[in-house]
Write a protein that binds this ligand. Structure first.
Ligand code: PLP
Length: 563
């Protein structure tokens, strides 16, 4: 099967609605409300409401709110709507069937069926503690370190707190080491109120900080104007994809397996995810011939391929690319006029001494290529794991000024990234230096987290490779293992009977028997006939080895049951 035809998500299939209409005129004068086609305008009456705050507010929230506040305009239904109303007694305006395919076809495995089942099991454990063969649910489904026990880094917390409430610096001077206080005062002198919108690209001071960090990392001067702070890397990725694609005849090359945001975002944009396979037997490395095949296939099918996504270190495979692989990718993109989207959110999570992190920006600069490279980074990953603050950024290399202006326009539609997230991202790029007063504590906290991740990264593949029927490539970076497991025909048939993909069937069983929440490989893409799941290495170290033992015992029982 050609990689082009891989079915990532139903939205990747052509549909009648994919035919591009003539460019509509969106000029302001054409945005007047369209004719109501004979519909009359009506008014809804007032309704009593009950709020979550009832009992807290001194004014009863169940009191009748003025009809003025609740009156709203609506258009009276036409014949088609009347038919819908007959079919659906709830009388809502929106039904799922009316939503665009672009929306319905989006899939995001990381928050799928296994997770929902884990919530049920959690409840069962609370309501009836002895009813299951385990005492707690072990969440290995999402790279959200602080949600599974990781302690926040003090330096980052303190820095962000004083930016939000500068009076803390005067009221509690002993609480904030002088390096944190000095940095915060510098920021506040340029951007005094964190409740204000910032520039759409991000607070200038933070962009300068990021530019200095990149200059030091890559050895090339960096212009702060090429950096944009975003609400997590996700927002940056979605917006850059939006800049690149234009309907179903355009697409982007993405790895299989991949972090599913890419397929989901492309489906959402009505464009095409074009898969290229990673080579599991070569530790999920990448071959230019696979890239070439996927590209040619797409082009033969009339798809204009705009760019290539590379995730390094990789989610979900835990692989770190070699410099040689990176050079080949850059040369391939240069030759085929493709933009590079370098997802480098795990650049701090490197566990193999032989494979240091190298940025695509550096390799592209070393090779002196003129193609565009977008580099994504995040506050969510690394050692600090500040996922909830939604800090992220993108650096744009070789971008034409007019194109940058268009990208800037897209970002400015959201006004700016949240300012605290910007602060957290910037703080993560500029940790304390040796001899700074906050250094000792920072380094102690950082190394405790990093060393533990490194030990777990080693242990996970060692242990899983002792399970008969399993093979797990080494975890060189990121936060995940992506083991492959064999399934007996009887298990595949049983899954089929339940209308489930075999890897989902397996992961649900794993959860029910061990409490371990893993994400089925089909959510990331995998070669047909192979089965994987993704497991984070984030659970507490004291429980990690025991969890791997439970997985081994489960698999042996599973094989017996279905042989
Ligand atoms: C490879 C990859 N890219 C991007 C993201 C998005 O991260 P953020 O939290 O910064 O939006 C994730 C999140 O898990 C990821 O794994």
């Amino acid at each position: 099967m050609s990689s082009y035809n891989v079915r990532f998500a139903p939205g990747a299939e052509p549909s009648a609605s994919s035919t591009k209409p003539a460019t509509p005129d969106y000029s302001i004068q054409n945005l007047a409300p369209p004719s109501m086609s004979g519909r009359k305008v009506g008014v809804l009456g007032s309704t009593p409401i009950k709020g979550r705050w009832s009992g807290i507010s001194s004014v009863s929230s169940t009191s009748k709110v003025s009809s003025f506040m609740l009156n709203r305009l609506f258009t009276l239904p036409d014949e088609e709507d009347m038919q819908d109303l007959e079919n659906d007694p709830r009388q809502v305006v929106l039904t799922e069937g009316k939503l665009p395919d672009r929306v319905k076809n989006v899939e995001y495995a990381v928050r799928g069926k296994v997770l929902y089942k884990s919530w049920e099991i959690n409840k069962q454990l609370k309501d009836d503690p002895g009813s299951l063969p385990f005492t707690e649910v072990t969440r290995c489904n999402i790279g959200n370190p602080q949600a599974v026990g990781q302690t926040p880094i003090t330096y980052i917390k303190k820095f962000a707190s004083v930016l939000v409430d500068p009076s803390l610096l005067d009221d509690f001077p002993d609480r904030y080491p002088s390096d944190i206080a000095d940095k915060a005062r510098k920021v506040l002198s340029e951007f005094p109120k964190f409740g204000a919108y910032s520039e759409s690209k991000g607070i200038k001071f933070f962009r300068e900080v990021a530019a200095e960090w990149m200059t030091e990392r890559d050895g090339y001067p960096t212009d702060p104007e090429d950096i944009i702070y975003t609400n997590g890397a996700s927002m940056a990725i979605r917006t850059v994809l939006e800049l690149l694609v234009d309907g179903y005849d355009t697409g982007i090359l993405i790895p299989i397996p991949q972090y599913p945001l890419y397929t989901a975002s492309l489906v959402r944009l009505g464009a095409r995810p074009i898969g290229y396979y990673l080579q599991e037997e070569k530790n999920w490395g990448l071959s230019v011939s696979d890239l070439q095949e996927a590209l040619e296939d797409a082009r033969e099918n009339g798809v204009k391929v705009m760019g290539l996504v590379v995730i390094n270190p990789s989610n979900p495979t835990g692989t770190v690319l070699t410099r040689q692989e990176m050079e080949e990718i850059v040369r391939f993109c240069e030759k085929n006029r493709l933009v590079i989207l370098a997802d480098e959110v795990y650049q701090e999570n490197i566990y193999s001494d032989e494979k240091p992190f190298i940025s695509f920006r550096k390799v592209a600069a070393d090779l002196n290529v003129s193609i565009e490279v977008f580099s994504f980074h995040s506050a969510s990953k690394g050692i600090k794991g500040n996922c909830g603050f939604r800090g992220g950024m993108v650096h744009c290399m070789n971008l034409d000024n007019d194109v940058m202006a268009q990208l800037y326009k897209l970002f400015s539609l959201s006004l700016c990234a949240n300012t605290v997230g910007q602060a957290i991202m910037a703080a993560q790029l500029t940790p304390p230096k040796p001899f700074d007063p906050s250094y000792a504590q920072y380094e102690k906290e950082r190394s405790a987290i990093f060393d533990s991740l490194k030990r777990k990264a080693k242990l996970v593949s060692e242990k899983l490779n002792t399970v008969e029927g399993y093979s797990c490539q080494p975890v060189e970076g990121a936060m995940y293992a992506f083991p492959r497991f064999e399934l007996p025909d009887k298990a595949i048939a049983a899954a089929d009977e339940e209308g489930q993909k075999p890897d989902l069937f397996y992961c649900l069983r794993l959860l029910e028997r061990t409490g371990v929440v893993a994400v089925p490989g089909s959510g990331f893409g995998q070669r047909e006939g192979t089965y994987h799941y993704r497991l984070t290495i984030l659970p507490e170290e004291s429980k990690f080895e025991g969890m791997l033992d439970r997985i081994k015992a489960f698999h042996e029982d599973f094989i017996k049951e279905f042989s």
